[in-house]
Design a protein around this ligand. Structure first.
Ligand code: BGC
Length: 767
């Protein structure tokens, strides 16, 4: 054993010495040093040990997914034998050190484990759900949020997160929309890039950064009927123009790993899909990292009716480019045999292992396998002020003001800071768990600051509280809590009583954190349970209501939109939720968020998104009573709130849209500018959005697409000129020639504060 370790060190040293003579200072140099080290190590590994590197086990048995039957496998023994390359869901320095010690000190080659964890929106200090963060349109803040999440997780022993999820989705029935950046590929790509940079930083070997993982490759956000894990049928144009761009953006950001997906795509399950994993990802995009399967997704190839048994599933998965097996036991049980039978080429195993070992080297795990295992650092960083401050900042920026109309010539928001009697109503107003959202397996339950606690910090108002009604269903990660009686109205009386005497009412209603997320598809997107009834009853006695909506996806809120004067979308904002919400309600932070997903009028409109196709019978209708036209007969075609929409306590005006030319060649550029002024009574931020329409295409084109945005801060009365440059990168699309190119012709553009921006100009692209 010792002899072998010495041999590895010698081989590795030899590799690095040879290279150091060449270009040790350059990046290329360090890459090739790592390449040599990996090759040297690979050359002394047995086939079984190589397969071990491709094997990932769960470290606790009750955290994610349906528990697999592991009785036939002694995971501990496999760790000792060097047959495990990675563990997931082991958390805390003590535990990580313990498993790492087994791998490093007991196995023949002592190869360290890479430790994976779902740091989706924070680790222990929880940040807003990703959909909320996306609503900030603030790339710096989003990057910072990922950076602090990485820092906190790394301090707790973790060196690999299964994030960012970059699945574009246009279906709010799908519970996992909370985990992505919404409906748009342009915004989604920018956010995907920022999040990878945030997690991985400039130096992956630093003890404050961790490897990121783009998931779920691909099209998992397009399940039929919004039902999680369901089949997906999309053509190449949608795949390339809408679904893949954020994944490509993560490769551009040098993401180290990818995760494949549970769904099938046009008949081929993503995990066994070589077109996705080999042709597009590893070949066309030249991705050098490794692909991990989703939880049990290799063995699920059998359930799809695609693999005959788990051995066949393993064969399909490795041949299709899945490098690491998360909890399917297909590789560890069958790959060796498959190689011996000639069904799997050993070169594919070498390629997968090379990818995995490379990242372990880049993380610095071979230099010091315990580098993430400092108890002192864990104590200093986890839950520290620095992390909480960043999370609070992100939370404020994620809030979207949906409505703020005057009652008796007075707006309810921002709240006055003194002399007010405020009635706070709703179970979620005083719930310290729900705001943690769905993915918070690193956090302690019941650790969010509640809205009530946040509001109570403003001492010069008198606050009363009544729960009113409970939230239906939800409450645990694995199971719905069916014990909660969602028809119980016994709390209404008290709520109505405090509402009667209030100057203003803050009602906090919506979904519990566990009502959206994985496996939580819904066909009814109304505010759950009797909460809406409660709202209606309170409204009867006092109309001065501010509705604070907390949810993990767009909800259908027609009644509220029609009647309630002020509505604030706060999503699930994490640990600092109550503080962030109070600061926004009181105007200490002027809301600046914009919706990253369209809000439908009803579920029947779904999928609904701003960048739809015109059809042969487009809106507006030539005659409103026309029958044979593209529309609904029972509801408007337009959404309740469009993509990009969000108000501020101040107002903005857009003027002087200018283009430096109105005719450019295919590879040309246009400079666009617009003057944006703060015309209201508060300083504030605005997200200036640029949309472009390619009028005629070799394939039909969306009515408009987001192609630029900038978030600016304007003092009262201030005007700023915002500049955009339109170039081929923004004008190209995946055309009828099956490639990305710009097509000549007419283009329209719009600039404004949401996707219905009226300020318009046109230009031409000529051959
Ligand atoms: C999810 C992944 C997650 C994995 C590991 C799966 O159920 O789809 O997104 O990373 O579990 O927890």
């Amino acid at each position: 054993m010792k002899k072998i370790s010495l041999l590895i060190s010698f081989l590795i040293l030899l590799g690095s010495c040879q290279n150091s003579k060449k270009q040790i200072d350059t990046n290329e140099g360090s890459n090739s040093i790592i390449e040599h080290k990996v090759d040297s190590l690979l050359s002394i590994m047995t086939l079984r040990e190589k397969i071990g590197q491709m094997n990932q086990y769960n470290g606790s048995w009750d955290v994610t997914g349906p528990p697999n039957d592991s009785t036939s496998i002694n995971k501990l023994k496999h760790l000792e034998q060097g047959l495990v390359g990675s563990m997931l869901n082991v958390k805390g320095v003590k535990n990580v050190r313990a498993v790492q010690k087994i791998a490093v000190e007991k196995s023949r080659l002592g190869i360290p484990l890479i430790i994976g964890f779902d740091v989706i929106h924070g680790y222990k200090t929880i940040s807003p759900i990703p959909l909320a963060e996306a609503a900030s349109w603030d790339l710096q803040a989003i990057q910072k949020s990922a950076e602090v999440a990485a820092k906190e997780a790394a301090a707790s022993g973790i060196n690999w997160t299964f994030a960012p999820m970059v699945d574009i989705s246009r279906d709010a029935r799908w519970g996992r929309v909370m985990e992505g950046a919404g409906e748009d590929p342009f915004l989604g790509s920018k956010i995907a890039f920022a999040r990878v940079k945030g997690f991985q930083g400039e130096d992956l070997s630093s003890v404050t950064t961790i490897a990121a993982c783009a998931k779920h490759f691909a099209a998992y956000g397009y399940p039929e009927a919004g039902k999680d894990y369901n089949t997906v049928s999309v053509g190449l144009p949608t795949l390339h123009n809408t679904i893949l761009p954020p994944f490509k953006a993560t490769v551009d950001a040098d993401v180290k790993t990818f995760m494949n997906a549970f769904n099938d795509l046009n008949g081929v399950p993503a995990t066994g899909n070589s077109f996705l994993q080999r042709t597009i990802l590893k070949n066309d995009w030249n991705f050098k990292g490794f692909v991990v399967s989703d939880w049990g997704s290799i063995m699920e190839l059998q359930n799809h009716g695609y693999a005959k048994n788990n051995k066949h599933a393993g064969e399909l998965a490795i041949n299709a480019g899945s490098d690491m097996d998360m909890e399917s036991y297909a590789y560890i049980n069958h790959l060796e045999e498959l190689v011996k039978e000639g069904k799997v080429d050993e070169a594919l195993i070498d390629d997968a292992v090379r990818r995995i070992l490379t990242i372990k080297y880049e993380l610095g795990l071979f230099d010091n396998p315990y580098k993430y295992c400092s108890l002192e650092r864990e104590q200093q960083i986890v839950g520290s002020k620095e992390i909480n401050d960043a999370v609070l900042d992100m939370a404020k920026k994620s809030i979207v003001l949906l409505k703020n109309e005057s009652i008796n010539n007075q707006k309810l928001l921002p709240l006055k800071k003194e002399g007010q009697k405020i009635a706070v109503i709703g179970a979620l107003a005083n719930d310290n768990d729900s705001m943690l959202g769905n993915w918070r397996i690193g956090a302690d339950n019941n650790t969010a600051i509640t809205v009530l606690e946040g509001l109570n910090q403003y001492k010069n108002n008198k606050i009363t509280y009544a729960k009113g009604a409970d939230v239906a269903l939800g409450k645990t990660f694995f199971y719905y809590d069916t014990k909660i009686n969602n028809t119980d109205k016994s709390g209404f009386k008290e709520a109505i009583k405090i509402a009667k005497n209030a100057d203003v009412i803050v009602m906090v209603l919506g979904e519990h954190g566990f009502q959206s997320g994985e496996g939580r598809s819904r066909t009814n997107l109304d505010i759950p349970g009797v909460q809406l009834d409660l709202l209606k009853e309170v409204y009867k006695v006092n109309k001065k209501i501010i509705l604070v909506l907390t949810n993990g996806r767009p909800l259908t809120i027609n009644w509220s939109d029609k009647h309630i004067p002020a509505i604030v979308e706060v999503w699930q904002l994490g640990t600092q939720a109550g503080n962030a919400i109070a600061q926004v309600l009181y105007g200490d932070y002027n809301p600046s968020g914009k919706l990253p997903m369209t809000f439908p009028r009803n579920v029947g409109q779904i999928p609904i998104y701003y960048s739809y196709k015109k059809t042969g019978r487009p809106t507006p209708l030539p005659d409103p009573n026309m029958v044979f036209w593209s529309k609904y007969t029972d509801v408007k075609s337009s959404p309740l709130y469009p993509f990009g929409y969000g108000l501020s306590y101040t107002s903005f005006s857009y003027k002087n849209l200018k283009l430096n030319t109105s005719n450019i060649p295919i590879n040309g550029k246009i400079k666009v500018s617009v003057d944006v002024s703060n015309t209201g009574e508060f300083d504030g931020e605005e997200v200036v959005q640029l949309y472009i329409q390619d009028v005629i295409g070799s394939l039909t084109r969306p009515i408009k697409e987001l192609k630029g945005f900038e978030k600016i801060y304007l003092k009262i009365g201030e005007t700023k000129t915002v500049h955009f440059t339109i170039n081929a990168e923004l004008l190209q699309f995946y055309t009828a020639n099956n490639k990305w190119e710009v097509e000549s012709g007419d283009f329209n553009l719009w600039i404004g504060g949401n996707s219905n921006a009226p300020l318009m100009a046109s230009f031409k692209v000529t051959e």
